[in-house]
Design a protein around this ligand. Sequence first.
Ligand SMILES: Nc1nc2c(ncn2[C@@H]2O[C@H](COP(=O)(O)OP(=O)(O)OP(=O)(O)O)[C@@H](O)[C@H]2O)c(=O)[nH]1
Ligand SMILES: [Zn+2]
Length: 368
Amino acid sequence: MTLEDLGWNQEFASEFKPFTKKGWVPARLIRDNKITYGALLEGGEELEVVMGGKVYHDAESDAELPAVGDWVALDVGGEGEDTVIRARLSRQTCFSRKAPGKSSEEQVMAANVSIVVVVTDAGSDFNPRRMERYFTLIERSRAKAVVLVNKSDLFPAELNEEAKLEIEELSSEADVYVTSAAKNEGLEVLKKYLEPGVSITIVGSSGVGKSTLVNQLMGEEWQWTSEVNELTGKGRHTTTARELIVLEGGGILIDNPGIREVQMWTDETTLRESFADIEELASHCKFHDCKHGSDKGCAICAAVESGELDERRYESYLKLEDEIAELKRRRKKRQMLTERRAKRDHKIKARNLADRIDHEKRERPERY
Ligand SMILES: Nc1nc2c(ncn2[C@@H]2O[C@H](COP(=O)(O)OP(=O)(O)OP(=O)(O)O)[C@@H](O)[C@H]2O)c(=O)[nH]1
Ligand SMILES: [Zn+2]
């Protein structure tokens, strides 16, 4: 696996030049373990690496810290030593989410991704407002948006076509296609984007067909990889690096939990925005913790009674809060899992370090 296979190009190479003299090597980050990172090196070797102090201190916000997809300069440690990220190369694209107005809350989901594939369908997943939000994120990232109206086999051709047209009207930049991942129909259009060294990522609601699509894209290569693993027990880097997969026909697929979470986040913001008028009414309720049910002095109830606010929208608004609460519960749960995992990793690391020191003491007692 060459660096080019992993997405390395001219610009990265020239920015990296001064680091070569220091003996540092380029690597692409494929996993953020909170305390450590997973990095892929030339040849496909995977290393667990830590962030250097200077990189940490030079970052003015979280968004400037190394993230999945970044190219970094590694100071490879010797036996028993940490491998340290000494520098992060400039990002050519940056797929991130950001709370409106609060720049500090920007969170990078994937750096250096050229294409973001949004998967939806012409049925219950179809939601132009959510699609607009995806487009906003993708345009800001400087990546290209490609939309798949998937599960075409389940819907009449006219419905698929209508959905495609409606999405095309939302963005002049996006390319929109009708596909069936399950039946492997229409996917050949992706070939023209999947050039060697081009990184793509896939987003979309749960159940819309992302995994099915990934399996189709990986095709036989994936089978081959797992077979090799079973036989030799080697090539661990290929299976664990599920977050960055170099496709046989070209293209680099980047996938991780942070990217998958964009859908939930997109939904909350979109939901809130679509009820902005009602939120505004809520600010006039007598009690700040008004549940907008039978509460006294509820501005929303008053608006429904006067006919100013449509009753059905009112009802969806009440459900909105439940929906958002549910989104948050799910996000919280995921966060706890991630943190627990990070703590565990940290413990293992600390234990390894203790073992190492012990070992050193035994080997070279004169130093202690
Ligand atoms: N009929 C039909 N079913 C599909 C298609 N693509 C995916 N499916 C089915 O839809 C279900 C969900 O597909 P997945 O690929 O797991 O969806 P996902 O987007 O990865 O879902 P999450 O992992 O929850 O994010 C599976 O049962 C698939 O077989 C399609 O094009 N047509
Ligand atoms: Zn109220």
